[in-house]
Design a binder for this molecule. Structure first.
Ligand code: ATP
Length: 610
């Protein structure tokens, strides 16, 4: 059977109403002009002095004050030849409102019949015309804007035809998600079979996971696998301040989906559309839009071939009505990839790229703990770009290493000039992080220490988790806080209290945020105890007393780890000093180099390096 063409062209704005409106305005303006300026042969225009002379010489029998007093038209007693033209009347311009009642009386006493233009009706007509023209212009502008918005909105919901090139084989890892979604593929590929057996496919599937884990990719791959179109929208497409626009777009989307069925409708960033109703900062218009979506989903027949998919990383923000059976009732988790998943994702993105035989993707997967699919795709792409820049025909380990540095630490800012004094401060700060990290946080793997200006920082001691971890013990989190405070501790020990720098700003943010979660979420503070300060658990914002206790416990936790970091630096002062000196000399130290220096000064045992 020939496949129906699924490509939808965006609706074009038809220009004829605009043309008609513009033509109507022009005709109106012309008519008005004709009314106000009847087509009589023009009189010669002379200077006011000439006209005054004619008046003084009694050559004028009638004087007409025109155009609101700005023009005088004098009918002559006898025709004159002016500039080769025979004229029975002459005209002269005067400043507006210059003619006074005294002038009129003077001219009348000389026997001139003086008439004054009655500006009333003409002025009214002119005003009416101006209002009409303004209304027409405003109307045309509003019409064009509304039509264009409509065109943009309908262009948003264009169905992407089934791309046979994008299938589940293009999705690395995510095996649980793929297994959960296999019945959706079977249904979309053959909805009749479900109908015949009275089976009901899930109406809506909610993909939940951190950004970049491949939720959009999964939806597109499902559509490709089932050979049906996919319509992609974003939750923010429906957020409009104009009344009724959001719900109209939902209706447009549902209509487009019915036309394309069997198909997938995928709504990304779904929390901005399906957020909890009645929340303080949620507008009435957003609630109407969500209601419209629920109505559209309810209104669809069970097996009409439309599968709604939505992605969010804030499942907790969703309105409970969204998750009701018959709506988004299937939740599929798309978590951060494991080491096996990462290796698969790397293989997907490595396909078609020439790699040096030395490149070991399995090893790279081990070194990229915490990376999402998007991060891994980006990493290999950066490596390919670096290979091109180096004019190589293969991607090597060195290119991947440079790409990793660029992604993790930021691009080198060669334009930043740092003086010798500042280089020493930065070197001491980073050496402090490195040594405290090696001692207090032995479960993390050191990657590199640098005092190069990269990204937004002037230096970094980069550690990465050694392997995938799903739970973190208290001792590990305390070690991470100590490591974050190691830079400031080294400044205190080597430079003194008055010379500490602003370099610890971001470290304090990191330390405070971990400490707060330990206290308020994970029950890791003896002072606060096993109580959660999460608003969901408290049924609203926590009480002022609990908040105060949390703040106090956070401060104690950070102070204890700051002391610990300082005592580690004091205990390994020579190691920190040696590391700082090496950094000043070489700018960048790899993990083996750091371990060698640290080991030589009694910091050990040296760990496996990245
Ligand atoms: P967000 O929540 O920010 O919208 P997302 O979870 O929808 O992100 P995608 O947009 O699907 O993530 O992924 C971005 C890109 O990352 C994909 O185009 C793909 O190149 C790569 N990617 C992510 N996950 C995978 C995966 N599992 N396999 C292969 N590539 C992946």
């Amino acid at each position: 059977m020939p496949r129906r063409s699924t490509r939808q062209r965006p609706r074009k704005t038809r220009p004829w109403p605009i043309v008609v409106a513009i033509a109507a305005s022009l005709i109106l303006a012309l008519v008005a002009y004709r009314l106000l300026h009847p087509a009589t042969p023009p009189n010669p225009t002379v200077s006011f002095s000439e006209l005054a002379q004619a008046l003084a010489a009694h050559d004028v029998k009638e004087l007409h004050v025109n155009a609101g007093g700005a023009r005088l038209v004098a009918t002559l007693t006898a025709p004159r030849t002016i500039s080769g033209q025979r004229a029975t009347a002459i005209e002269a311009n005067v400043p507006p409102r210059a003619v006074t009642l005294t002038d009129l009386q003077q001219w009348s006493t000389r026997g001139v019949r003086v008439t004054v233009d009655d500006a009333g009706p003409a002025g009214a007509v002119e005003l009416l015309i101006q209002i009409l023209s303004l209304v027409t212009i405003v109307g045309v502008v509003i019409y064009v804007v509304v039509r264009q918005r409509g065109a943009v909105a309908s262009a948003r919901f264009v169905a992407t035809p089934p791309s046979r090139h994008l299938t589940l084989a293009d999705v690395g890892g995510a095996r649980e998600a793929r297994a959960d979604l296999s019945d959706v593929v079977t249904y979309l590929a053959n909805p009749e079979r479900y109908r015949a057996l009275g089976a009901r496919c899930p109406r809506g599937v909610l993909l939940v996971g951190p950004p970049g884990t491949g939720k959009t990719l999964l939806a597109r791959a499902l559509a490709g696998e089932a050979g049906c179109p996919v319509i992609v929208a974003a939750g923010s497409d429906f957020n409009e301040v104009y009344v009724g626009v959001g719900s109209r777009r939902v209706r447009q989307l549902a209509k487009r989906a019915r036309e394309q069925a069997p198909c997938i409708v995928f709504i990304d960033e779904f929390d901005s559309l399906g957020g909890r109703r009645g929340r303080p900062n949620r507008s009435g218009e957003e609630e109407v839009t969500l209601n419209q979506l629920l109505v559209e989903m309810d209104g669809m027949e069970a097996n009409d071939g439309v599968v709604w998919m939505a992605a969010t990383n804030r499942e907790d923000m969703l309105d409970p009505a969204v998750r009701r059976p018959g709506r988004f009732d299937r939740v599929v988790e798309v978590p951060l990839p494991t080491v096996v998943d990462r290796a698969e994702i790397l293989r997907v993105h490595a396909a078609g790229r020439p790699f040096d035989p030395d490149v070991d993707l399995e090893r790279l997967a081990q070194l990229t703990v915490g990376h999402t699919g998007a991060d891994l795709a980006n990493l290999l792409n950066e490596a390919a770009i670096i290979a091109v820049q180096h004019d190589c025909d293969r991607i090597t380990n060195a290119h991947i290493e440079q790409a990793r540095d660029k992604v993790l630490l930021g691009r080198v800012r060669s334009g930043v000039v740092v003086g010798e004094g500042e280089r020493r401060l930065i070197a001491i700060h980073e050496a402090g992080h490195a040594i405290v990290g090696l001692v207090a946080c032995p479960d993390d793997r050191l990657h590199k220490v640098t005092i190069e200006a990269r990204g937004r920082s002037l230096g970094a001691a980069h550690f990465a988790p050694e392997s995938d971890r799903h739970v973190h013990p208290r001792s590990y989190l305390e070690g991470v806080i100590a490591k974050a405070l190691g830079g400031r501790a080294a400044e205190l020990v080597f430079l003194g209290r008055d010379a500490v720098t602003t370099g610890a700003g971001a470290d304090l943010v990191q330390a405070t945020s971990i400490a707060r979660r330990m206290v308020a979420e994970f029950g890791m503070s003896d002072e606060v105890g096993l109580i959660s300060a999460d608003p969901a658990a408290q049924g609203g914002p926590p009480s002022a007393q609990l908040q105060g206790e949390v703040d106090h416990a956070v401060r104690s936790l950070i102070t204890a780890q700051a002391r610990r970091a300082e005592s580690i630096v004091r205990a390994h002062q020579r190691a920190v000093e040696a590391l700082a000196a090496a950094l000043i000399e070489r700018d960048v130290l790899t993990a083996p180099e750091v371990h060698e220096i640290a080991g030589a000064h009694g910091v050990g045992p040296a760990r496996l390096t990245a």
